[in-house]
Write a protein that binds this ligand. Structure first.
Ligand code: ADP
Ligand code: MG
Length: 384
């Protein structure tokens, strides 16, 4: 199929009728609070303007047809009652996993025709996968009148990714895509999904938040998430708490002195200090001091680099190159080992800082990064 002018036209060209509706769900960047969501901790994502868009119609015959404008190959056809988690499935596992998650939760989803197109860069740490899951969950929730809250939609997407695709992600990405609002950053407590929208007025403060997609993904990242997670869990066990979130910042020195394993000590220090950094960022934003967030980002990066050890030379170079020429602060965002960094800059410095990062990459012999502003945008919504 050659891409048409709109998702509706593409849908009609594929399936022969107009879709019942069109939905969008965004990717995200996380401002602060990294690797905290599987420790019952705090995170602060904001939705990007880039979205996954889905044109969807119901079916009553148990057939699920899936198509992505961004993937080679035609329509994938599955039967909803035959959906079961299997390793090694392709991109269709993400939307199919949402249908599976809804059906195994007892919702009578009897099939769908789905056409997807996304502007969220994939594999860049910007949660193109959560955008996909969330847009499908919202579309099916609306069409089948399931009455699920935004939180439940996020949990549905996470279950699809954990249980069907087989990626052990936390709840941040799907909650960000489902719950963020325009002009805000989401202060999310991942223990109970309680949350607050905090105004994040970059433009009004004369600032920009740049996303720098390094366009690299190091293979090292594959097992690292599970290893960090296991290390944090063993730290919590050793300290006798349910999760590392239960170690307050003031208790950190005492907690560290009780841990014999050097690696676990570093992981615990990262999680406890990053939870504390989330609180500091909240305080700065509540006080209207967006600039003060910058140095906290850079501290967070040092912790991810030195204590959790999930950064990489390209991400470190973004942070050092940007800060050297006067950025207010910068850090990697997402899982690390490649993917993206964020850089807080004076709006008047944005082009200069971006150029400096591009030059530093060229000097280091790295491929050119992709740089764009993160404009705090709306969460998942129905378009048509
Ligand atoms: P991230 O979520 O950081 O972008 P992931 O590896 O978690 O990276 O998810 C990327 C995967 O999500 C892709 O490999 C693909 O399987 C799926 N995906 C993302 N966007 C699309 C799309 N527009 N069409 C089809 N599949 C997509
Ligand atoms: Mg993902």
């Amino acid at each position: 199929m050659s891409p048409g002018a709109s998702p509706a036209e593409d849908f009609e060209a594929l399936y022969g009728t107009a879709p019942e509706g069109i939905w969008a769900a965004p990717g995200r960047v996380n401002l602060i609070g990294e690797y905290t969501d599987f420790n019952d901790g705090f995170v602060m994502p904001l939705a990007l303007p880039q979205t996954a868009v889905a044109a969807v119609s119901r079916r009553t015959d148990g057939v699920l047809r899936l198509h992505s404008a961004d993937m080679d190959g035609g329509v994938v056809q599955l039967r909803v009652e035959e959906l079961s988690p299997r390793a090694g499935a392709g991109w269709e596992a993400y939307p199919a996993g949402v249908v599976w998650a809804l059906r195994t939760a007892g919702h009578a989803v009897t099939g769908a025709d789905i056409h997807l197109a996304s502007t969220v860069p994939t594999g860049a740490g910007l949660s193109s996968s959560a955008a996909l899951e969330t847009v499908i969950a919202l579309a099916l929730n609306d069409l089948y009148e399931l009455g699920l809250s935004r939180d439940r939609l996020a949990v549905t997407g996470q279950r699809a990714e954990n249980g069907f695709v087989g990626v052990p992600c936390g709840i941040m990405d799907q909650t960000a895509s489902a719950c963020c609002t325009d002009g805000h950053v989401l202060h999310l407590d991942t223990r109970d999904i309680s949350r607050r929208q905090i105004p994040f007025d970059l433009a009004g403060s004369g600032l920009k938040l740049l996303v720098v997609d390094t366009r690299v993904q190091h293979a090292l990242g594959d097992g690292a998430y599970a290893e960090r997670r296991a290390g944090c869990e063993s730290g919590a066990r050793a300290l006798g708490v349910r999760a590392l979130r239960d170690i307050a910042y003031v208790q950190l020195p005492a907690a560290l002195s009780r841990l014999s394993d050097e690696t676990v000590r570093r992981y615990v220090r990262h999680v406890v200090t990053d939870n504390h950094r989330v609180g500091r960022v909240v305080a700065h934003l509540d006080a209207g001091d967006v600039r003060a967030v910058g140095p906290v980002l850079t501290e967070g990066h040092a912790s991810l680099r030195d204590d959790l050890r999930v950064s990489c030379p390209e991400l470190d170079l973004v942070v050092s190159a940007a800060n050297t020429v006067g950025a207010l602060g910068a850090r990697m965002t997402g899982g690390g080992f490649g993917g993206s960094a964020i850089v807080l800059v004076e709006a008047t410095d944005a082009d200069m800082v971006a150029r400096s990062v591009v030059e530093a990459f060229a000097t280091a012999g790295y491929a050119a990064p992709r740089i764009f502003p993160a404009v705090p945008s709306a969460g998942a919504r129905r378009l048509v």
